[in-house]
Each structure stands twice: as structure tokens, then as C-alpha cells.
Design a protein around this ligand. Structure first.
Ligand code: SF4
Length: 227
């Protein structure tokens, strides 16, 4: 059941950092960049900043997560344009480039600049706004989903991971309205982030019910199954 999509993916980080401060990021992306402390203190602090020297180092992977250790919402317009131009000029025809943001309205000024091999993503962990501020400073799920839905762009993917407690019908409706190419589905996995036991995870039953309903109209790739 678990998808191996991530095995074919690499992250390319010409821009690093984010101020949304998602609680689960401290144990994933931010932990990774802290290891760069000797080479770049800004990476260690997860301060938004540009690494232009990395522009020409696009990985040779079929899927490239562009600025995966960041949210490009915090990139300057000039930085975004340089990254988009580099993807167009140096990306290979067999590569797909994923641009992700939890504030997807930030893509609006660039929709006509993205090349055909670009997919836009956002993460929606739940349909519920209540209590979300304790998780992240990103736009709440209801705003984020509307921003993503309104983007006039042909290629979208949704990440429902880490999935929090949700309302089944509302989640299904959100996904249906966005109409993504496919959905990544996963839980936070207490196995990976033991310190995050406070996160309001769905039960395995709720998880698989959502999986089965979504699978009736969209391709669902399971990233992390509930234990
Ligand atoms: S939006 Fe992404 S990069 Fe930013 S803090 Fe949250 S998980 Fe980390």
C-alpha cells in the first residue's frame, strides 16, 4: 500500500528557511538544516535566505522538491524568478519540479512563468481551523485550501500529511474542489517524532476511510500509514 514515490525524489535547496514554525518541522526539516551549522548559520537557524551558489546544482532525480527545506512564501520575488528561470533552463524533460507552500497565494504572481514540468503543492493537515494556531503560523486550513483552489494552474498535488483529526465529508469536499493530480496521504507517525505525541492524529479507521473515499475519484499515494 505504501508508495515509494519519495525514493525517486531529491530536494534542491537554493532557498532555505521559513517563519511558519510548524511544530512538526522542528523534528524534520529544521533538524536537517541544523546539521549545516558550520557551513551556514542561517540554515541552522532556519532564517529565510537565498543560496545562489546552489542554483546550478539541480539534482538528477525524476522528482525534485524545489526549496524543500523552506516555504517559498518567504522568498523575494527576484529570488523566485531566478529559481523558476533555472528550472526552465537546466531542468531535463524527464524531471518534474515540485514547488510547495502553505501560503499558496504566493504562487499567484508566477503562474505564467512556471514551465510545463512544474507541479504546485500545498499541505492540508485537516479541515479544522480551531486549535491550528498551536500547530503553525501558516494560514489556517480553510484559507489555505481556498488560496490553492483559486490558483489557475493545471498541475496541482495535495499533501494530506501529517494528517490531524478531521471531518470526513469536509476533507473529501476540499480535495474534490481542488481536483489535484493525486494526493499524498500520511500520518505524523509517532514512530518518527516521539516528542510530538500531542498532535491530534486521526484513528487508523478514520485514516483508511478517508483513503478509500478519496480513492474513488483521485489517485492516493500513502506515505506513512497509521500504526
Ligand atoms: S511551512 Fe514547511 S518549512 Fe515552514 S515551518 Fe512548516 S513544515 Fe517547516
Amino acid at each position: 500500500m505504501k508508495s515509494n514515490m519519495y525514493d525517486q525524489a531529491r530536494t534542491w535547496n537554493p532557498f532555505v528557511g521559513c517563519l511558519f514554525d510548524c511544530i512538526y518541522c522542528r523534528y524534520s526539516f529544521q533538524l536537517q538544516t541544523k546539521r549545516q551549522k558550520q557551513r551556514c548559520p542561517l540554515c541552522a537557524e532556519y532564517e529565510p535566505h537565498f543560496h545562489p551558489e546552489r542554483l546550478k546544482r539541480i539534482p538528477r532525480a525524476s522528482i525534485v522538491f524545489v526549496c524543500g527545506y523552506s516555504d517559498v512564501r518567504f522568498a523575494l520575488e527576484s529570488t523566485m524568478l531566478e529559481i523558476i528561470k533555472t528550472v526552465e533552463q537546466l531542468g531535463k524533460p524527464d524531471q518534474t519540479f515540485y514547488f510547495q507552500s502553505k501560503a499558496p497565494a504566493c504562487f499567484e504572481p508566477f503562474l505564467n512563468a512556471f514551465s510545463d514540468n512544474v507541479i504546485l503543492l500545498t499541505t492540508i493537515e485537516t479541515n479544522r481551523d480551531a486549535g491550528y494556531r498551536a500547530i503553525s503560523k501558516a494560514p489556517p486550513p480553510s484559507i489555505r485550501y481556498k488560496q490553492f483552489r483559486s490558483l489557475d494552474f493545471p498541475r496541482k498535488v495535495l499533501t494530506l500529511e501529517p494528517l490531524f483529526k478531521f471531518d470526513h465529508e469536509a476533507m473529501v469536499q476540499m480535495v474534490g474542489e481542488i481536483s489535484p493530480e493525486y494526493v499524498w496521504l500520511g500520518v505524523n507517525s509517532k514512530r518518527r517524532y516521539k516528542a510530538l505525541k500531542c498532535l491530534p492524529e486521526p484513528s487508523a479507521e478514520e485514516f483508511w476511510k478517508l483513503h478509500d473515499t478519496l480513492s474513488q475519484f483521485v489517485d492516493v499515494k500513502v506515505k506513512t500509514e497509521p500504526v
